[in-house]
Write a protein that binds this ligand. Structure first.
Ligand code: MG
Ligand code: MG
Length: 258
């Protein structure tokens, strides 16, 4: 059963997701060699609370932190720690908030200093695959249309799509139906309607698609130890064109020193 949101509810979800976008932009200005992921986590929690929100992940299923910080071969669900980021690392930061009872959820992969060109290309293709998915998130299309578009772009770069983790509906709960896989076939899956709000979140690997969960019960890594990238938008399905509730513009401005 899909929960279709009213325009007013989508307005509230836009506010929640804007707070996530702003939080990630705050972090963008801090990411450099020597910074620990735990420090980033503390800054994020403070920023979210100062802006009237509640960290959306902390305590969710027992997760201990505000952010998921996943470095290099870590795909998702990395736990912030005393690990200090190093030149050449990438770090995928996933952030959730609750604001006025509604969830925001977005992720972005950051480069730490200068990174290898092959890893930069992985990041570019992953972000593009998200944008390709968004183009299909229109009323009357099916979830498989989104999935296929993401997969096509990622695989056209020679990369592989993680299977074990998928996108999701979002609202007053962090994860609502439907599931939004990053692989699939056109014309299959749930038919999308105006008012459906989904998180599209490609997790794309440089090497093999297989992943493994660490003993901490959370961190997911690539099985071959090669890097993985992750970008996530919350998107309101609409007629003709998707309404993206997340913005990376604020992050891009920081990264490009605008
Ligand atoms: Mg997320
Ligand atoms: Mg998500």
């Amino acid at each position: 059963m899909l929960y279709l949101k009213t325009d007013e509810e989508i307005g509230l979800l836009r506010e929640s997701n804007l707070l996530v976008s702003k939080t990630l932009a705050e972090l963008a200005s801090l990411i450099r060699p020597g910074i620990t992921t735990l420090y980033l986590d503390s800054i994020a929690e403070e920023y979210i609370r100062d802006n009237g929100g509640i960290p959306g992940f902390k305590g969710y299923g027992g997760f201990p932190a505000t952010l998921c910080t996943s470095v290099n071969e870590e795909v998702v669900h990395g736990i912030p720690s005393s690990y200090a980021l190093r030149e050449g690392d990438i770090v995928s930061i996933d952030c959730g908030v609750i604001l006025n009872g509604w969830y925001g959820d977005s992720a972005f992969t950051f480069a730490v200093g200068e990174i290898d060109e092959s890893v930069r290309r992985l990041m570019d293709f992953t972000r593009e695959s998200l944008e390709e998915g968004v183009k299909e998130a229109i009323a009357g299309n099916r979830i498989g249309d989104v999935s296929r578009a993401v997969q096509n772009r990622a695989e056209s770069g020679g990369y592989s799509v993680v299977r074990e983790l998928v996108g999701h509906g979002i609202g007053k709960r962090l994860h609502e139906p439907p599931e939004v896989p990053n692989y699939g076939r056109k014309g299959t899956g749930t038919k999308m309607e105006k008012g459906l709000v989904i998180c599209i979140e490609p997790m794309i690997n440089l090497g093999r698609k297989e992943t493994i969960q660490m003993r901490d019960g959370w961190t997911i890594k690539t099985i071959d130890g090669k890097p993985s990238a992750h970008y996530e938008y919350a998107v309101a399905v609409d007629k003709g064109r998707a309404d993206v509730l997340t913005t990376f513009k604020l992050i891009d401005e920081v990264l490009n020193n605008l």
